[in-house]
Design a protein around this ligand. Structure first.
Ligand SMILES: *Cc1c(COP(=O)(O)O)cnc(C)c1O
Length: 289
């Protein structure tokens, strides 16, 4: 059925938002490795970073609660009287919330800072922001298996990109008969291709899929929304009867929609778009409720 006059026929969605138990979407694929490692090492506490709407911390808190691990979230910003719905969930699941200044948060990739955190919360496993790591990307290779099983004919895959970890897992997990377009959720993050490239040598693969990252569909920047995204999402949801969120999946489908509308992509060529979840974050957008 057309959305705003352009058919989205031949676009199929892989609904990862319906997988992952307590943490639906791609984040559970990225976290699996860490819970496995923690268990193997006998470590009961996992620590990671995120903003007040972080899908990553939400998934970490939910999974930790379910599997019986302690979790600590290093939160960017000040505590507020009314915490975000994400933080309220995380707290309910027992995550210890540690607020840090933006300045301190900027050190999250710094090895010395990470060592301090490891000592402060010892014994613990420290997970990079967004689960962005080799282990995270390996976990996402399982999404490639799901594609082969559930959509064996699909060859053109589209996926939203934040850190590039999920994309790297797909590139390694699929083969050269596949073409993958990643839609960046960030404005001007031109290091993303390099981040994917840097992960690939660490992932088992023979002939990776061909891939590229498209940078023109951020709609103003990370987590920002413009009028075309708002209109597109509301129309899409009304027609198709299931939910997107504005940070990743809405922008990905808007990109597909626009690329078909302008003729850059063939309207009759099949596309498999990955719905990576993140629906908890809808609660941060009043126009969606
Ligand atoms: C985190 C996230 C992404 C981005 O995944 P990366 O592996 O960081 O590129 C995409 N979609 C949703 C819904 C997410 O929560």
């Amino acid at each position: 059925m057309p959305v705003l006059g352009v058919s989205l026929g031949h676009v199929s969605l892989l609904r990862l938002d319906q997988t992952g138990g307590p943490a639906p979407g791609n984040k559970s694929f990225k976290l699996g490795h860490y819970f496995f490692e923690a268990k193997r090492l006998g470590i009961a506490r996992l620590v990671s970073f995120g903003g007040v709407w972080s899908n990553h911390l939400h998934a970490l808190a939910a999974t930790g609660y379910q599997l019986g691990f302690e979790t600590v979230g290093i939160i960017r910003g000040e505590p507020t009287e009314e915490p975000s719905a994400m933080l309220a969930d995380a707290r309910r699941w027992g995550m210890r919330l540690v607020y840090v200044s933006r300045q301190e948060y900027r050190q999250r990739h710094d090895i010395v800072y990470q060592q301090q955190l490891k000592e402060r919360f010892a014994p613990c496993l420290l997970i990079p922001e967004g689960g962005a790591s080799i282990g995270g990307a390996r976990g996402c290779m399982a999404v490639a298996d799901i594609i082969r099983q559930r959509a064996p004919l699909a060859r053109h895959i589209v996926v939203p990109v934040g850190t590039g970890t999920t994309m790297a897992g797909l590139v390694a997990g699929l083969d050269e008969s596949f073409k993958i377009d990643g839609i960046s959720a960030l404005k001007g993050a031109h290091d993303l291709a390099q981040r994917v490239q840097d992960l690939l040598p660490h992932l088992p693969h023979d002939n990776p899929a061909s891939w590229q990252i498209l940078h023109d569909y951020h709609c103003g920047g990370f987590a920002r929304v413009n009028r075309s995204l708002r209109e597109f999402m509301l129309t899409f949801e009304a027609i198709h009867g299931f939910e997107l969120e504005p940070v990743y999946t809405g922008k990905m489908l808007l990109a597909i929609h626009q690329l078909r509308a302008c003729g850059a992509w063939d309207k009759d060529a099949p596309v498999l778009a990955i719905h990576t979840g993140g629906l908890q974050g809808r609660r941060g957008y009043s126009w969606l409720s």
